[in-house]
Design a protein around this ligand. Sequence first.
Ligand SMILES: [Zn+2]
Length: 94
Amino acid sequence: MPLYTPTRNAQRYLGDGKAKVVHDLLNEKPECGALDIIAARNGERFVPDKLEFALSLGYKACPHCLPAYAQPEEASPAAGEGGEGGEKPEAGGA
Ligand SMILES: [Zn+2]
C-alpha cells in the first residue's frame, strides 16, 4: 500500500454511475473506458474509496480490471474452476 498519493484527489476506484460498474484505476485496462466514463460525467467516486463499499452500493466489479471480484452475469455450471485461492475479501460492514 503506497504511503503517498500519486496525484491530488487520487482515487483508486472509479464507479460508472450509469452502468453501475466499479473499476480499479490501479489496474485499469483499455476495455474499462475510464476516460469515456469521466467524459460522459458518469464517474462516481466512493467514500471510503474501497471496493467493498462500492459493491455494497450495488456496483458490479469490472471483469477487466477486477476479474477476481467480477461475477458472471449468468452462472454457468460445469465451469472447471482450477484452484481456489482461499482468500476471501473481508466483508467488514461495521
Ligand atoms: Zn475496469
